[in-house]
Design a protein around this ligand. Structure first.
Ligand code: DSN
Length: 416
């Protein structure tokens, strides 16, 4: 009976692609700042029979029978999230970070309300009001930028802008800003202009969970995040807030923006959040940042220009315009991919090229830190990256770097 046959019998192409993707992950150095490798336990939870279950509603109050076991799982995920981030209420049902932001906007904003957020080309995110995203289409969006000289956010400028604009919500958080956000400053500004403060911690969820970065909990009305970047809880999103907004957030997520929760992913969150409460995870989060800082130091020594001069977190934004004016971000991404180092092209502040070409690359350490690479190895990786950027068409360089990448991948396996 087909129902009982394994994947490779029923769908050989899918099975082969899964195997090839696993092999690709093992045999390359994944340095996309928003990607990571989850534990075998998270993989098992996500690949479980929980995918079969409808559970519209919330634990103890569902629209379907038979929810007793998924209730247990969701309650666990919620309790771990509340403990990790020290907030009163957690909703673990958003399918992604963007869905989490949608839940918050729907909870307290009306169409046409004003959001003030970091510009995408200065490190922000599509769901913070970009015009190709629902957030930019439903709301009136004003954006702050980084200081062109320093690459840092100037919070006095943000305050001045907020006084002029009088936004209904200010969003802190980013996808390519290499510095720690000053959530207390944004919280003060939001208080002054009577705006909500949404802290989108998607990229730094794991760093905050581990106490490596300070928490926005005291300074924000809402905290949103994704669950698969610096925290290793599988793909998904989450929202946290005080009790005051709990019902509005829950109603905005379901039935407002989503249907049935993906209970297999909620199970992944329950497992990944539990893992994040361990000393081992704290050491891991510290390694992510130490690795990124060392990578940045060697990049700097080798002449690369880094937005803001370095990093406080898990990513570096390399602006190629000074060091490699003839190399686009797209070409750099492709050249590095050819030697097994996977990064993404990224716009940089003051960008003149299209987002599909760009003048920069974003380089992250969460996945390499998961494999166990430490600062010493990051020195090697940094040198390999710059060697390729300096001579992308030199076959001898490409062969040497590819071979060294192979060695590192073998020395630091993911799942074996
Ligand atoms: N697309 C993600 C990133 O790469 O940063 C954010 O959603």
């Amino acid at each position: 009976m087909a129902f009982e046959q394994p994947l490779d019998r029923i769908a050989p192409s899918v099975s082969e692609s899964v195997s090839l993707e696993r092999e690709r992950q093992e045999s390359t150095l994944g340095m996309i700042a928003s990607e990571n490798h989850v534990s075998k336990a998270v993989l098992e939870a996500q690949g479980s029979v929980l995918t079969n279950k409808y559970a519209e509603g919330y634990p103890g109050s569902r629209y379907y029978g038979g929810c007793q076991h998924v209730d247990t799982v969701e309650e666990l995920a919620i309790e771990h999230a509340k403990a990790l981030f020290e907030m009163d209420h957690a909703n673990v049902q958003p399918h992604s970070g963007t869905q989490a932001n949608m839940g918050v906007y729907f909870a307290v904003l009306e169409p046409g309300d004003t959001i003030l957020s970091l510009s995408l080309s200065h490190g922000g995110h599509l769901s913070h009001g970009h015009n190709v995203n629902f957030s930019g289409q439903l709301y009136d969006v004003e954006q702050y930028e980084v200081d062109p000289e320093t690459g840092y956010i100037d919070y006095d400028d943000v305050a001045e802008q907020a006084r002029e604009i009088e936004p209904d919500m200010i969003v802190s958080g980013s996808s390519a800003y290499p510095r720690e956000f000053e959530y207390d400053r944004i919280g003060e500004i939001a208080d002054e202009v009577d705006a909500y403060h949404l802290a989108d911690i998607a990229h730094v969820t794991g760093l905050i969970a581990a106490g490596v970065h300070s928490s926005p909990a005291e300074h924000a009305d809402f905290v949103t995040g994704s669950t698969h970047k610096t925290i290793r809880a599988g793909r998904g999103g989450l929202i946290m807030c005080d009790e005051e907004h709990a019902d509005d957030v829950d109603s905005a997520v379901f039935p407002g923006a989503q249907g049935g929760p993906l209970m297999h992913n909620v199970a992944g969150k329950a497992v990944g959040f539990a893992e994040a409460r361990t000393d081992e995870f704290e050491a891991y989060a510290e390694r992510i940042v130490a690795d990124a800082k060392r990578l940045g130091e060697v990049f700097d020594e080798r002449g690369l220009s880094l937005v803001s001069g370095g990093t406080d977190k898990h990513l570096l934004l390399v602006d190629l315009r000074d060091s490699h004016p003839d190399l686009t971000g797209k070409e750099a991404e492709e050249a590095l991919s050819d030697v097994g180092i996977i990064v993404n092209k990224n716009t940089v502040p003051g960008e003149t090229r299209s987002p599909m070409v760009t003048s920069g690359i974003r380089v992250g350490t969460p996945a390499l830190a998961t494999r166990g690479l430490e600062e010493a190895e990051m020195e090697t990786v940094a040198d390999l990256i710059v060697d390729v950027l300096d001579a992308p068409d030199d076959d001898a360089v490409v062969d040497r770097v590819s071979s060294r990448v192979d060695d590192l991948c073998e020395e630091f396996p993911i799942y074996e």
